[in-house]
Design a protein around this ligand. Structure first.
Ligand code: MD6
Ligand code: FE
Length: 212
């Protein structure tokens, strides 16, 4: 495990190779169990009626893709309550934030599975509590599997963008002045993940505080 950090811009810290291959394997197995378990994978439908290009599971609280709010049940899908956020995963995210020089006590995790042609449009994460956003409390992201072309923009949609390659085992801590930057995933680089993971595509976990 390494704590090499790259501050891409103030408050946006890339932690390449944060997890060892063994840790990645354990986490990949965990993600599969969560996604195929009770209240597992679903494809969210967004406000305009389109389907997202990922399979999603929320832990701890449910992010409703139609209302852009956190809710107690999967009201926009099957009405089930989300599974709790496991304490060891929350602790991992807190440690990553600390290693990036920030502070996080997460209450929710959104786990996404990207197939080989998965992507995520440019967005801001601004549905957490205003206190969280104002304080720049970060979102901690963990990537497992195929490398993603992560696009990082500014506070307005039109601003220039940079690309960060998020590889398997990388952390990305997104807070401070960068908390509300636009970002997205343009594409995966299929087949670039460690074969040991036996994962076709990519998992991304984002840990958040202030999901109310
Ligand atoms: C992804 N990540 O990496 C999508 N959001 O698949 C995000 O949307 C994201 O990586 C907030 C903070 C960090 C992230
Ligand atoms: Fe995001």
């Amino acid at each position: 495990m390494s704590t090499h950090r790259i501050e891409v811009c103030p408050g946006a810290v890339h932690l390449p190779g944060y997890l060892s291959l063994d840790e990645q394997c354990v986490l990949a197995t965990r993600c599969l169990a969560i996604g195929t378990g009770p209240a597992g994978w679903y494809v969210p439908t967004v406000r305009g009626g389109g389907k997202m290009r990922v399979h999603m599971v929320c832990l701890g609280s449910h992010w409703n893709a139609r209302t852009y709010r956190y809710e107690a049940t999967r009201r926009d899908y099957d009405g089930l309550p989300p599974a709790p956020l496991p304490a060891d995963l929350a602790a991992l995210a807190s440690k990553m934030a600390t290693d990036a020089g920030m502070c996080l006590s997460p209450d929710v995790c959104i786990l996404n599975h990207y197939g080989p042609d998965g992507k995520m449009g440019l967005h801001q994460d601004k549905d957490e509590h205003p206190d969280t956003l104002d304080a720049g409390v970060p979102i901690v992201s963990v990537s497992i599997g195929d490398t993603a072309k992560f696009i990082l923009g500014g506070l307005a949609r039109k601003e220039p963008k940079t690309m960060v390659l998020l590889a398997s085992g990388d952390g990305f801590v997104f807070g401070g002045q960068s908390r509300l930057r636009y970002h997205g995933v343009a594409a995966l680089l299929p087949g670039t993940g460690p074969p040991e993971l036996e994962l076709n595509g990519r998992y991304n976990l984002t840990f958040r505080q202030g999901a109310v």
